[in-house]
Design a protein. Sequence first.
Length: 306
Amino acid sequence: MSAPTLRELLPEFLLDLAARRGRSDPTVEAYGRDALQFFASLEQPGGARPTCAAFTTASVRAHLAALTNSHYARASIDRKRAALSAFARYLVRQGLLPRNPVAGLRQPRSRRKLPTIFPESELASLLDAPHATDFAARRNTALLEMLYGSGLRISELLGLRPARMDLSRGLLRVLGKGNKERVVPLSRKAAAAMKEYVRAKREFLEVQRLPDCGALWLSDRGQPLTRFRAFQIVRRELMALHGEKSSPHVLRHCFATHLLDHGADLRAVQELLGHRSLATTEKYTHVSTERLKQAYAQAHPHAARK
């Protein structure tokens, strides 16, 4: 019996990643794409598809070097290496590899890029601007207010269910990474925008005579709002601020940084964001420090001395 190919083993790994490790759908999808990209680097035109025998430290090192030469971002390469390492660990558990060939492969740490942050005044100009009152406009406003008012990831926001929201008390029960639940407070503006959206959604379904599919977030056609479409909506709205492409994650960055700017405790922000490690949250303290330095340089009379 011939050895299974890496492509044949991938679906079971992804299933294990979701079921046993509790990884989110976007993470599972990204790991699947990263693994397929690696497989493609091993395949020769007209040749047999690679098996576990081709999954070696040398082949992984060559693949990562090719990605570096192709000018992939360091964060992307780090994730791809993590995906291959997770796949290798799975194969080791299944007895198909003697050891993890990715273990020990580390790139020199580069200086961490600080996240993009919108000043509070600019973000307020977007959120406080007059909006239309139709269903789509109410939905888009609620998306923006909820992302900034709670710091949720876009996948967490789209996964919310009405039973997990207490808008009168301003509380959400969020299912985050690793299926870990956390309680997140909600700003008054976000709660109000959400109430308006729920009302507009109900009216929209009645007027259009559409059945309620059960999803909290709906598309313009009454179907569950996809992550891709929600991403597009938020990106379009944020482009009005700087004319540059921004992801929904920028609002999560703003949420954390603005809290720290106003004196919030770092560990409290860690809990709100659902970070496993405090080190992940600490990057926002660097953002706040940079903003303080900029304010000092612009305002202090001795800051510009040569």
